[in-house]
Write a protein that binds this ligand. Structure first.
Ligand code: AMP
Ligand code: ZN
Length: 112
Protein backbone atom coordinates (compact mmCIF):
# COMPACT_ATOMS: atom_id res chain seq x y z
CA UNK A 1 0.00 0.00 0.00
CA UNK A 2 1.30 3.44 -0.89
CA UNK A 3 0.92 5.05 2.53
CA UNK A 4 3.48 7.53 3.88
CA UNK A 5 2.92 6.69 7.54
CA UNK A 6 2.95 2.90 6.94
CA UNK A 7 6.37 3.45 5.33
CA UNK A 8 7.56 5.61 8.23
CA UNK A 9 6.37 3.01 10.77
CA UNK A 10 8.22 0.32 8.81
CA UNK A 11 11.41 2.39 8.71
CA UNK A 12 11.31 2.65 4.91
CA UNK A 13 11.16 6.45 5.10
CA UNK A 14 13.35 8.16 7.70
CA UNK A 15 11.85 9.99 10.66
CA UNK A 16 12.97 11.33 14.03
CA UNK A 17 11.78 8.57 16.34
CA UNK A 18 10.47 9.45 19.79
CA UNK A 19 9.09 6.05 20.82
CA UNK A 20 8.36 2.65 19.31
CA UNK A 21 6.84 -0.64 20.41
CA UNK A 22 5.01 -3.49 18.67
CA UNK A 23 1.85 -1.48 18.13
CA UNK A 24 2.79 2.17 18.06
CA UNK A 25 5.32 4.47 16.43
CA UNK A 26 5.88 8.08 17.54
CA UNK A 27 8.04 10.63 15.72
CA UNK A 28 8.57 14.36 15.41
CA UNK A 29 6.36 16.22 12.95
CA UNK A 30 8.37 17.52 10.00
CA UNK A 31 6.55 20.89 10.15
CA UNK A 32 6.13 21.54 13.87
CA UNK A 33 3.23 23.76 14.93
CA UNK A 34 4.46 24.01 18.53
CA UNK A 35 7.82 23.75 20.31
CA UNK A 36 6.98 20.08 20.90
CA UNK A 37 5.04 18.40 18.08
CA UNK A 38 5.01 14.61 18.01
CA UNK A 39 2.87 12.33 15.84
CA UNK A 40 1.65 9.00 17.22
CA UNK A 41 0.49 6.34 14.79
CA UNK A 42 -0.66 2.74 14.94
CA UNK A 43 1.66 0.44 13.02
CA UNK A 44 -1.36 -1.16 11.39
CA UNK A 45 -3.05 0.91 8.71
CA UNK A 46 -6.23 2.64 9.91
CA UNK A 47 -7.27 5.38 7.48
CA UNK A 48 -8.66 7.88 9.99
CA UNK A 49 -10.57 8.27 13.26
CA UNK A 50 -13.71 7.49 11.26
CA UNK A 51 -12.39 3.94 10.75
CA UNK A 52 -11.97 3.10 14.46
CA UNK A 53 -14.06 0.04 15.37
CA UNK A 54 -14.49 -2.44 18.23
CA UNK A 55 -11.95 -4.64 16.43
CA UNK A 56 -9.11 -2.10 16.16
CA UNK A 57 -9.71 0.37 19.00
CA UNK A 58 -7.33 -1.22 21.53
CA UNK A 59 -4.39 0.40 19.78
CA UNK A 60 -6.01 3.81 20.24
CA UNK A 61 -6.13 3.32 24.01
CA UNK A 62 -2.50 2.27 23.89
CA UNK A 63 -1.58 5.36 21.86
CA UNK A 64 -3.07 7.55 24.59
CA UNK A 65 -1.05 5.72 27.26
CA UNK A 66 2.11 6.30 25.23
CA UNK A 67 1.17 9.95 24.63
CA UNK A 68 0.88 10.56 28.39
CA UNK A 69 4.27 8.96 28.90
CA UNK A 70 5.91 11.02 26.13
CA UNK A 71 4.34 14.22 27.47
CA UNK A 72 5.91 13.50 30.86
CA UNK A 73 9.28 12.64 29.36
CA UNK A 74 9.33 15.79 27.24
CA UNK A 75 8.41 17.94 30.25
CA UNK A 76 4.97 19.11 29.11
CA UNK A 77 3.91 19.64 32.71
CA UNK A 78 1.93 22.82 31.97
CA UNK A 79 -0.36 20.98 29.56
CA UNK A 80 -0.52 19.74 26.04
CA UNK A 81 -2.99 19.17 23.24
CA UNK A 82 -3.82 15.91 21.43
CA UNK A 83 -5.57 16.33 18.07
CA UNK A 84 -6.62 13.98 15.29
CA UNK A 85 -7.82 15.63 12.10
CA UNK A 86 -10.36 13.39 10.39
CA UNK A 87 -11.40 14.01 6.81
CA UNK A 88 -10.98 16.83 4.36
CA UNK A 89 -12.78 19.66 6.13
CA UNK A 90 -10.84 18.96 9.33
CA UNK A 91 -7.58 19.24 7.40
CA UNK A 92 -6.44 15.60 7.36
CA UNK A 93 -3.61 15.43 4.84
CA UNK A 94 -2.20 11.95 5.55
CA UNK A 95 -4.76 9.17 5.36
CA UNK A 96 -3.30 7.00 8.11
CA UNK A 97 -4.69 7.59 11.61
CA UNK A 98 -2.41 9.84 13.62
CA UNK A 99 -2.59 11.87 16.80
CA UNK A 100 -0.75 15.16 17.08
CA UNK A 101 0.75 15.65 20.54
CA UNK A 102 1.63 19.32 20.90
CA UNK A 103 3.00 21.35 23.78
CA UNK A 104 5.39 24.04 24.89
CA UNK A 105 3.03 26.92 24.17
CA UNK A 106 -0.56 27.96 24.93
CA UNK A 107 -3.39 26.94 22.58
CA UNK A 108 -6.55 28.77 21.60
CA UNK A 109 -9.95 27.13 21.99
CA UNK A 110 -12.02 26.48 19.98
CA UNK A 111 -9.35 25.51 17.45
CA UNK A 112 -9.78 27.34 14.15
P1 AMP B 1 -2.72 16.07 9.21
O1 AMP B 1 -2.58 17.32 8.36
O2 AMP B 1 -3.53 16.24 10.43
O3 AMP B 1 -3.13 14.88 8.36
O4 AMP B 1 -1.27 15.77 9.75
C1 AMP B 1 -0.24 15.27 8.96
C2 AMP B 1 1.04 15.75 9.59
O5 AMP B 1 2.10 14.97 9.07
C3 AMP B 1 1.38 17.22 9.29
O6 AMP B 1 1.50 17.92 10.52
C4 AMP B 1 2.71 17.13 8.55
O7 AMP B 1 3.60 18.16 8.89
C5 AMP B 1 3.24 15.77 8.99
N1 AMP B 1 4.14 15.11 8.06
C6 AMP B 1 3.99 14.95 6.73
N2 AMP B 1 5.01 14.25 6.22
C7 AMP B 1 5.84 13.97 7.26
C8 AMP B 1 7.09 13.28 7.39
N3 AMP B 1 7.68 12.72 6.33
N4 AMP B 1 7.65 13.19 8.61
C9 AMP B 1 7.05 13.76 9.68
N5 AMP B 1 5.88 14.40 9.62
C10 AMP B 1 5.28 14.52 8.44
ZN1 ZN C 1 -0.86 3.52 6.43
Amino acid sequence: MDCLFCKIAAGEIPSKKVYEDEQVYAFYDIEPQAPVHVLLIPKTHIASAAEITAENSAVVAHIFEVAAQIAKELGLDDGFRIVSNCGESAGQTVKHLHFHLMGGRTFAWPAG
